[in-house]
Design a protein around this ligand. Structure first.
Ligand code: RB5
Length: 142
């Protein structure tokens, strides 16, 4: 599996922790940046990740900023993207099962690396339920 991962300056350290963790699991990470703590604009990195998810180069995306909120707002502007801001394991599982979310957003100023890695694992490992009601609701969004 290949995951697109991006962040702004607030998320650089957490992104590195996530990449290390996911690569140890055998998951390939396409890192679109940013790569330094110099202030930058999160919508640029959101777009890079959503492009890779939409063109099929990556199956899922992960976006990290200070809160995760700006990244989720930006990603959800893109048709075909269902970005979920998660700070807990239950939501990460439910948003894959119910919403077929294809981008996970997290806040580096909200979560420690241990919980963020656990949330990413659950998000990646949980399939869409394919239940008729959830297929219908996702279809209505699209
Ligand atoms: C950057 O200071 C901060 O605004 C950004 O990382 C993010 O939290 C925005 O939603």
């Amino acid at each position: 599996m290949t995951i697109a991962i991006g962040c702004d300056h607030g998320g650089v350290e957490l992104k590195q922790e996530l990449i290390k963790h996911l690569e140890e699991r055998g998951i390939t990470c396409t890192d679109v940046g940013c790569h330094t703590a110099e202030s930058c604009d999160y919508p640029i990195y959101s777009k890079k990740v959503t492009d890779l998810v939409l063109d099929g180069s990556c199956e899922l995306g992960i976006l990290i900023c200070g809160t995760g909120i700006g990244m989720s707002i930006a990603a959800n502007k893109v048709k075909g993207i269902r970005a979920a801001l998660c700070s807990d394991c239950f939501s990460a599982e439910a948003t894959r099962e119910h919403n077929n979310a294809n981008v996970l957003c997290m806040g580096a100023r909200v979560l420690g690396a241990g919980l963020a890695c656990k949330i990413a694992d659950i998000f990646i490992d949980t399939p869409f339920s394919n239940d008729e009601r959830h297929v219908r609701r996702v279809g209505l969004i699209e």
